[in-house]
Write a protein that binds this ligand. Structure first.
Ligand code: SAM
Ligand code: SF4
Length: 324
């Protein structure tokens, strides 16, 4: 599928739930989260139908996300079904890792290709303050289980947001001894992320170079995303930056998102897209669904404008409602 600007869209992020056991400060409020009723969430059968339609249009990579995707029961069955769709080459998962160790064997047996684990600190007290849950040991168990799974591509995602300034070097150091990509994701001014201090790529890199010496160029391959990678002397893995605000990468954007309620969202910052769940439930056939997807993707906005003043279509949802 190409959009009106000639970008090839082949990557679909699928949110399977808005629920999560953590309450990360930049993503969810501590209290009073209003969950979507179950009837409004796509069933696995509906997700599979929509991914099949998308695969017919050239989507070849699917990332399952949330909320926390592992809180939804039977996720391995969804991995298995999506992997079996013609044209889907890779199915990956973004998770906070808390439930990963116990579910990883079934997920891998179903054909999971990779895991991105979100972890902002290695300090237990700080983790409890950022996520509002004292679950660092469980997240680390998940990371360890992923790293010990042969053939599984593992990346660690950290959002630098002031509170974890002292943890950027220890987190990056995990890539020294292990075949791991540690990536720093610039805080985006979406939902609760708007009110926290952002640390830019330049600020993080300066800190890392202070600890590890000059950043060295390295192969950029291995993913379909916007990460830009460097390495440091003596490192086995890489350190990546996903800097949507300071280094906008919209020109090479290759993705769209399917929210848990079945909205095909064509840009992270706007509410533009199409309600595919309503279409499915109106009895639309595969051709009609493909046509709706194509139309929405064609009209994908040129770029976000995080640094500008808001517009009427600005996204008002938080990241857990979108899927990150
Ligand atoms: N619960 C899973 C997790 O935490 O990995 C998946 C969903 S979470 C919404 C996906 C990613 O979005 C996480 O890596 C999280 O750190 C990131 N995220 C959430 N809010 C963000 C924001 N305002 N700016 C940048 N990244 C954000
Ligand atoms: Fe949950 Fe992920 Fe949001 Fe944290 S970032 S509250 S783990 S959905």
């Amino acid at each position: 599928m190409n959009d009106q600007y000639g970008r090839r869209i082949h990557y679909l992020r699928v949110s399977v739930t808005d629920r999560c056991g953590l309450r990360c400060r930049y993503c969810m409020p501590e209290e009073g989260v209003e969950w979507v009723e179950h009837s409004r969430i796509l069933s696995y059968e509906q997700i599979v139908r929509l991914v099949r339609a998308a695969a017919g249009l050239g989507i070849d990579t699917v990332r399952l996300t949330g909320g926390e995707p592992l809180v939804r029961k039977g996720l391995d069955k969804l991995v298995w079904a999506v992997k079996a769709i013609d044209g889907i080459r890779a199915v990956t998962l973004t998770t906070n890792g808390v439930l990963l160790a116990q579910q990883l064997p079934a997920l891998c047996a179903a054909g999971l290709d990779g895991v991105n684990l979100s972890l902002d600190t290695l300090d237990r007290g700080q983790y409890a303050a950022i996520t509002r849950r004292d679950l660092l040991p469980r997240a680390l168990e998940g990371l360890e289980a992923a790293l010990n799974t042969p053939g599984l591509k593992v990346k660690l995602n950290c959002v630098p947001m002031g509170d974890n300034d002292d943890q950027l070097v220890p987190l990056a150091a995990l890539a020294r001894d292990r075949a791991l990509d540690v990536r720093f994701i610039e805080l985006m001014p979406i939902g609760l992320g708007s009110s926290l201090p952002r640390r830019t790529q330049a600020e993080v890199l300066e800190k890392l170079e202070g600890a590890f010496g000059p950043a060295l160029p390295c192969a950029q391959g291995g993913g379909s995303g916007p990460g830009r990678y460097v390495t440091f002397a003596g490192f086995t893995g890489r350190v990546g930056f996903i800097s949507a605000v300071s280094h906008q990468f919209c020109e090479s954007c290759n993705r769209v998102r399917l929210t848990a309620t079945g909205f095909l969202k064509t840009c992270l910052q706007y509410e533009t897209g199409v309600n595919l769940k309503a279409l499915l439930e109106s009895g639309a056939d595969g051709a009609a669904i493909r046509a709706a997807m194509e139309g929405a993707v064609f009209a994908k906005p040129a770029c976000h404008h995080f640094s500008a003043a808001g517009t009427a279509e600005d996204e008002r949802r938080s990241m857990y409602q979108i899927g990150g």
